[in-house]
Design a protein around this ligand. Structure first.
Ligand SMILES: [Cu+2]
Length: 72
């Protein structure tokens, strides 16, 4: 369905500063189908809003891994 939206929160390991958070955020935003990504550095979480017809959780895991961090 066009315009459909889902939100998922991921636990991300390895982020230590604001730069890490921005790197993860950018990596997630680069995944096709992602509408928005927001990282909570304090709680080591990333919230991704995406179109479930275009993106899947595995792609978020891969993007985070390529950026040098890990979804746990
Ligand atoms: Cu950092």
């Amino acid at each position: 369905m066009p315009g459909e939206k889902t939100t998922r929160t991921l636990d991300v390991e390895g982020m230590t500063c604001m730069h890490c958070a921005m790197t993860v955020e950018k990596a997630l935003k680069g995944v096709n189908g992602v509408i928005d990504a927001e990282v909570d550095l304090t709680h080591k979480k990333a919230t991704v809003t995406y179109d479930p017809a275009k993106a899947q959780e595995q792609q978020f895991r891969d993007a985070v891994a390529r950026a040098g961090y890990r979804v746990v």
